[in-house]
Design a protein around this ligand. Sequence first.
Ligand SMILES: Cc1cc2nc3c(=O)[nH]c(=O)nc-3n(C[C@H](O)[C@H](O)[C@H](O)COP(=O)(O)OP(=O)(O)OC[C@H]3O[C@@H](n4cnc5c(N)ncnc54)[C@H](O)[C@@H]3O)c2cc1C
Ligand code: SF4
Length: 326
Amino acid sequence: MYPFTLTKASDTAEALNAGRRGGRYIAGGTTLVDLMRETVERPETLVDISALPLREVTVTERGGLRIGALVRMAEAAAHAKVRTTYPVISEALELSASAQLRNMATIGGNIMQRTRCTYFRDVTAACNKREPGSGCAARGGFNRTHAILGTSESCVATHPSDVAVAFAALEATVRLLGPDGARSIPFADFLLRPGSTPNREQALRKGELITAVEIPALPRPLKSGYLKVRDRQSYEFALTSAAVALHVHGGVIREAKVAAGGVGTVPWKLPAVENHLIGERPSRALWAEAAKHAADGARPLEHNRFKAELLKRTVERQLRIVGGTK
Ligand SMILES: Cc1cc2nc3c(=O)[nH]c(=O)nc-3n(C[C@H](O)[C@H](O)[C@H](O)COP(=O)(O)OP(=O)(O)OC[C@H]3O[C@@H](n4cnc5c(N)ncnc54)[C@H](O)[C@@H]3O)c2cc1C
Ligand code: SF4
């Protein structure tokens, strides 16, 4: 570790002031401290935001859900409203990390977490994300867990969050507060694909604070759920995952929200799968047909060719679990 300054913000204005001066926010600290210990990150000033009043889950004016940025993963997963209206969020959270981590870690910190690419965390390896222009050790290295969608010449790392996949599927919005005031951005625009600047990962401006994630009200009845496929059944990141929400009315699928994790440089929305489902009657054959499109545009690497097929099967299985079959 190296010397740094830690301040605790007692209110939002104080936090924003410190953020504007270059302070780095810290919430649960479950991932930032690791990165500092490994010297992957070296912020000079940390601003502890854990005392800010951003710890509520509320129903929005339009009937959606607002999850405060400082709500712990465990609290969000257990919240009655989340569990009953968007089980896909609860399931994604409960399949993440460990119970101890979920008790500390926050929703804001979760969507801000950085990739688990081992070369990113090894400061002796070439990594454009950690050190722009240094190269990408994963391209010619061991890339079994890396991305097959949204990659660039510069970076092929996956985004590791599970709940972000549910937020992407449900078309959530991220609420931000910065020195220039409040704004909201669609979740789809919040996390950035690597392109030629993999070091830029979120559409945050300097000093901006995430205050909440909002889930829009969707037509009811809505069935939803999250499936995560990994090398071991607990305490492991996804090889592939699928978040699915379906609104079926009169025997016909009227709304379909589908996204995948473990395969993209950002949580990967699957519009081709959604379009294949909307207007159709649920059936085993429909799930299989729709899932064929899950890996459209995939560009596998040397060691992760299996992910394209695994992704299709993950999506098909989760459509079957959520949508049922005749
Ligand atoms: C061993 C291990 C296994 C894990 N497994 C999984 C898994 O399976 N699935 C999964 O999804 N996650 C997993 N995680 C990641 C874990 O979920 C994150 O560490 C956690 O969610 C981060 O939240 P935090 O509050 O501790 O963030 P912090 O460590 O406090 O912060 C993380 C980042 O977010 C920024 N930040 C935090 N809050 C805000 C805010 N309100 N506004 C702006 N910036 C903010 C910080 O500046 C920092 O850059 C795992 C972590 C570990 C250590
Ligand atoms: S995949 Fe991205 S994070 Fe991993 S080594 Fe390459 S540039 Fe770095």
